[in-house]
Design a protein around this ligand. Structure first.
Ligand code: ZN
Ligand code: ZN
Length: 295
């Protein structure tokens, strides 16, 4: 199996095929429910293309214009994806409302159902490929894609069941009802995505477990120093930025203090893959009474 980028590119291709099938299913039938599914797929494909571009940008090393790296590109893309998803939900709701007011019998419903179901089978198969590739390359992005596809399979099954029910019972209102239910699910997933990326863009602190781990690393590697305080940590994508004050005996030589800093930095590099550490050295009288890591 090729690289994560190759897989992501293939993913977009598969998405286009699925989108064409679902779009044709809607075109054939005029079903609001099938429209909702087709539109969701369109957004997915646009989002995957954007995510791929963002990954490329995010993996660039820091440069003069972006001295802290480009990791946040991923969250900017995810936030935009969330906005797209919310817009799709609005369009689906509008479509469902119009169909609700003026229900019309579905044309060629069986062909439409078959096409949409075929698209879901492709999604299901591709999700399995993605799961395997995600395990092999340990990529959270690919694993996320695979889970997303599985969610699409679930909505696809729901939509196919709904449209089948319209055909069996002849109750036309079921069509916009299924579309509206899909819209609510789509809206929820879009808002959740926006919330998550907003948190990441706002320099959220890592979770309590990670913070505890960071404090333990400092404590275990700062022999010779007195204490550490004013810890500040923020996350940008995979990157964690850590800064703190390190209090050392006032008469300690700069070279000795620097050795302690290097030892702590080395320990962080060994223990956490993507962390940038910045240490400010202070003399003994700067020690704080509370909220300090005493060595
Ligand atoms: Zn201080
Ligand atoms: Zn240095």
């Amino acid at each position: 199996m090729g690289s994560a980028h190759g897989i992501a590119r293939l993913s977009i291709l598969v998405g286009l095929v699925v989108m064409a099938l679902k779009g044709a299913a809607w075109w054939l039938t005029g079903s609001a429910a099938l429209y909702s599914d087709a539109l969701e797929t369109l957004v997915n494909v646009a989002a995957s293309a954007m995510a791929l571009y963002a990954l490329t940008v995010a993996s660039r090393p820091a440069d003069d214009e972006h001295p802290f790296g480009h990791a946040k590109a991923e969250f900017l893309a995810a936030g935009t994806e969330g906005a797209l998803i919310v817009a799709a939900a609005a369009s689906i709701l509008q479509h469902a409302w119009v169909t609700w007011l003026a229900p019309h019998p579905l044309e060629a419903p069986l062909a439409g159902i078959a096409m949409n179901a075929g698209a879901s089978v492709i999604n299901l198969a591709w999700a399995q490929v993605l799961f395997r590739a995600a395990r092999a390359s340990r990529s959270p992005a690919l694993a996320g894609d695979a889970r997303h596809l599985m969610a699409d399979v679930a909505t696809g099954v729901g939509v196919v069941l709904g449209v089948s029910l319209v055909v069996v019972t002849g109750k036309l209102w079921l069509d916009p009802a299924v579309a509206a239910a899909t819209a609510i699910y789509v809206l929820w997933s879009g808002l959740r995505l926006i919330g998550r990326s907003a948190g990441a863009l706002m320099d959220e602190a890592p979770d309590a477990a990670t913070m505890g781990h960071i404090r333990a690393i400092i404590k275990a590697n700062a022999q010779g120093a007195i204490e550490a305080h004013d810890l500040r940590t923020r996350q940008a994508g995979r990157l964690t930025f850590l800064e703190f004050h390190l209090v050392v005996p006032s008469t300690m030589l700069v070279t000795e203090a620097h050795d302690i800093c290097d030892r702590i930095e080395g320990a962080f590099r060994r223990d956490m893959a993507h962390i940038a550490v910045n240490i400010h050295v202070e003399p003994a009288h700067k020690a704080k009474v509370h909220d300090a890591i005493v060595v």
